[in-house]
Design a protein around this ligand. Structure first.
Ligand SMILES: [Zn+2]
Length: 276
């Protein structure tokens, strides 16, 4: 008997994949989640993780439809595999940062891929990707990063939110251009109110890190969390959630640059720079 684990690529890295709904695949690399959304005529790959191995080959073993890459935002743990494709689509501002690798090793890997100078097309609020029998609408939700978008799968009633919502902690100190924390929190609050106004259109929320689908009531908790920070009543936590480190995140790439703090309300949690 011949065994073949197709989740192991030529570098030995392991991608995971599972089908969460018909024609809807979660592709994992560590705790980064990408989503392959397949329509009748084409497919969208929402994010490309760090780019290890041949992600394109991995995806093309799942679907034979043409694949469009769309990024949730410009951070390299979501754009690292873009260079397997000649063009990608992303929110305003992603083009400025999406080729900035997190390390020289990652940059060297990117340069080895087929299209290191790939084209970035900017998408905007209300744009719709029609995959054939499946429509995905762009909703701009910039806070964690200024280029963040969500995709609303109108057909299957799911919402894909990148790094703006997750079960661990949403990081509010890693934008390309930093602004005061309370301005970021206010932006996140406005975004959540925008999603809340449309919650009749989706059932589940798919984050890009730290756990599988979220129920819609995470939106309510994020709204209450932002309001508690803005009005000075936030509950400050002694540690980080998904990272399991102290609030200074010693041992993480984020340590030392700013004084960090984590606040929580219900299931929702932010880590931000304490600059107020
Ligand atoms: Zn991010």
């Amino acid at each position: 008997m011949k065994f073949r684990n197709e989740n192991i690529n030529e570098h030995g890295y392991i991608y995971g994949k599972w089908m969460t709904a018909p024609n809807t695949w979660t592709i994992t690399f560590g705790n980064v989640y990408c989503y392959l959304l397949i329509g009748e005529e084409k497919a969208i790959l929402f994010d490309t993780a760090y780019g290890a191995g041949n992600l394109r080959k991995f995806v093309e073993e799942i679907t034979d439809k043409p694949v469009m890459v769309v990024n949730s935002h410009g951070h390299f743990d979501h754009t690292g595999g873009n260079a397997w494709w000649s063009e990608v689509w992303a929110g305003p501002g992603a083009e400025e940062v999406c080729k900035e690798a997190f390390s020289p090793e990652m940059e060297a890997e990117m340069k080895k891929k087929t299209y290191p100078d790939y084209t970035v097309h900017t998408v905007h609020e209300g744009d719709v990707f029609d995959l054939g029998g499946r429509e995905l609408e762009v909703i701009e939700i910039p806070a964690h990063h200024e280029s963040s978008i969500a995709l609303l799968d109108r057909t299957n009633r799911n919402l894909y939110t990148g790094d703006e919502m997750e079960a661990g902690q949403v990081l509010l100190f890693v934008r390309h251009k930093m602004i005061p924390t309370k301005e970021i929190v206010a932006a996140h609050l406005a975004n959540m109110k925008k999603l809340k106004a449309r919650e009749a259109e989706f059932d589940m929320i798919y984050p890009a890190h730290n756990g599988p689908q979220l129920y819609k009531d995470y939106i309510d908790d994020f709204i209450a969390l932002s309001e508690s920070i803005l009005n000075g009543t936030a509950t400050i936590m002694p540690d980080t959630a998904g990272f399991g480190m102290g609030p200074d995140m010693n041992g993480s790439p984020f340590a030392g640059s700013v004084k960090l703090e984590r606040a929580q309300y219900g299931k929702a949690s932010f880590v931000y720079a304490r600059d107020f």
